[in-house]
Design a protein around this ligand. Structure first.
Ligand SMILES: NC(=O)C1=CN([C@@H]2O[C@H](COP(=O)(O)OP(=O)(O)OC[C@H]3O[C@@H](n4cnc5c(N)ncnc54)[C@H](OP(=O)(O)O)[C@@H]3O)[C@@H](O)[C@H]2O)C=CC1
Ligand SMILES: [Fe+3]
Length: 426
């Protein structure tokens, strides 16, 4: 029997071109895809299958044997079989003793079993060294080459050497191993593929909610009110004017929400007098999705910039400008130049430009490739100090633009439309 330590040592020190033999249990989609890729990378592959016959789908350089025979040929066995069939391994426990078993399995639902698949496997075959890996790459990604899809492979396991061997294989296949620690991490790793943008959910739903709210608010104020009380049709505002009002407000609120949880956390720590206690669950989750909140905010700010840049070419704006000029000419009057207005207008634009510039800078430094190249203190400096400065500049930009007038007019107009609706109901 081909058991362990010396065997494993031999494997790690093997640097010649022809790499060691790897055994794969299961000739399903994933087993075949992995086998194919391993053969390409120079490994010898033996499949362990219930039917020891080659089908045309199986890579032709691979051998197909019974489970027991195949297991004896290699020190590493990849179990490409769904968890519910794992009990067929129990009779093989003796052969599997001391071997590295790689669990690649996924479940159909989040936390489907109380125990992770990898821990279950370790419990079934106590003498084996179980390593969790490969579950986050799909059979499709393995076959379509390393250019597509995610290259990250999360690896965890209790035996350091076994984990190292698996990580070397991952690297040899052109993928990037990420050590996640002991087998306790398996549950989390098994949940990854089942999550759909977990960190993006809250920011996206929140921004959609805010957008809807401010849309109806502006619709009432700028379209319905003039239509009802002044019989004017401003419905075309829906295309540009209203979105351009929504974008900066939502961007600003989201950006503020990036920095609010930090402040709340500090208050909680001061109040409790210690930093060694857990934050409430909601706050914890909120803190974890700050980067995503910030990026959604940046997207809204970007839209606001685009909408603002096209203002001069809008028909409505050109018409208003022309008719202003005409009415001055017709009435033989010249509006005086007011220096204060010049200052107000230019400073609000300058604040907006600087605010947006810093906002983009924040977004860029949150990219992994950039944040990896700065140290923690530099990252903190950019994300916190510059972040607050961005928030201040953008808020000032909005306030100077006339937030006060906006709120007063808005609440008056919205209220009158609501009152009218209520009167109609009666
Ligand atoms: N498909 C994918 O993209 C991914 C799959 N995975 C995981 O890989 C594992 C295999 O998936 P996949 O290849 O898609 O599944 P398949 O259904 O295609 O293949 C499963 C294989 O398991 C073997 N098998 C089935 N029932 C039994 C049994 N009762 N006893 C022994 N062996 C059995 C069979 O192999 P044989 O006929 O040779 O005995 C079968 O081909 C799963 O745990 C899955 O979660 C992980 C990441 C991605
Ligand atoms: Fe603006």
């Amino acid at each position: 029997m081909n058991t362990n330590p010396s065997n494993i040592m031999a494997l790690t020190s093997n640097t010649s071109n022809k790499k060691e033999t790897v055994c794969i249990f299961g000739t399903g989609d994933f087993g075949r895809a992995l086998g194919y890729r391993m053969i390409q990378s120079g490994y010898s592959v033996v499949f362990g299958s219930r039917q020891a016959q080659t089908s045309s789908l199986i890579p032709k350089d691979a051998e197909v044997l019974s489970h027991a025979e195949a297991a004896q040929k290699a020190a590493i066995i990849i179990i490409a079989i769904p968890r519910q069939h794992y009990n067929f391994l129990t009779p093989l426990a003796e052969i599997l003793h001391g071997k590295v078993l790689v669990d690649v399995s996924n479940n159909l639902k989040l936390n489907q079993y109380s125990q992770s698949n990898a821990e279950y496997l370790a419990q079934l075959i106590p003498g084996a060294k179980v390593v969790k890996a490969f579950n986050t790459v799909s059979a499709w990604a393995l076959q379509s080459g390393p250019l597509d899809a995610s290259r990250q492979v999360f690896v965890c396991g209790d035996d350091k050497k076994a984990k190292q061997i698996v990580m070397d294989i991952v690297r040899a296949l052109g993928l990037t191993p990420l050590d996640q620690g002991s087998l306790l991490a398996a549950q989390e790793i098994e949940n990854y593929p089942l999550q759909l943008f977990p960190m993006w959910k809250f920011p996206i739903f929140l921004s959609l909610g805010l957008t809807a709210f401010f849309f109806f608010y502006s619709l009432t104020r700028d379209v319905i009110y003039p239509y009802v009380y002044e019989n004017k049709d401003f419905s075309f505002f829906i295309a540009i004017s209203i979105p351009n009002r929504i974008c900066p407000i939502v961007a600003l609120i989201l950006l503020a929400l990036v920095y609010l949880p930090g402040v709340l956390a500090a208050i909680i720590q001061l109040y409790r007098g210690t930093k060694y206690s857990r934050f409430p669950d909601g706050l914890d989750k909120w803190m974890l999705c700050r980067k995503q909140l910030g990026l959604v905010a940046l997207a809204f700010a970007f839209l606001h910039v685009l909408y603002t840049l096209i203002i001069p070419i809008r028909y409505y704006v050109r018409w208003r400008m022309n008719s202003g000029v005409l009415s001055q000419a017709l009435n033989n009057r010249t509006d005086p130049f007011i220096n204060t207005y010049g200052w107000l207008n230019d400073s609000y634009l300058a604040l907006g430009i600087l605010g947006f510039f810093l906002f983009v800078l924040l977004g860029i430094t949150s990219l992994p490739s950039v944040s990896n190249s700065v140290n923690w203190r530099e990252f903190r400096f950019v994300q916190s100090k510059l972040g607050y400065l961005t928030l201040i500049l953008c808020t000032a930009h909005t306030l100077v633009y006339g937030g006060k007038q906006f709120l007063n007019v808005s609440s008056y107009r919205c209220l009158s439309v609501i009152l009218l609706l209520m009167a109609r109901e009666r």
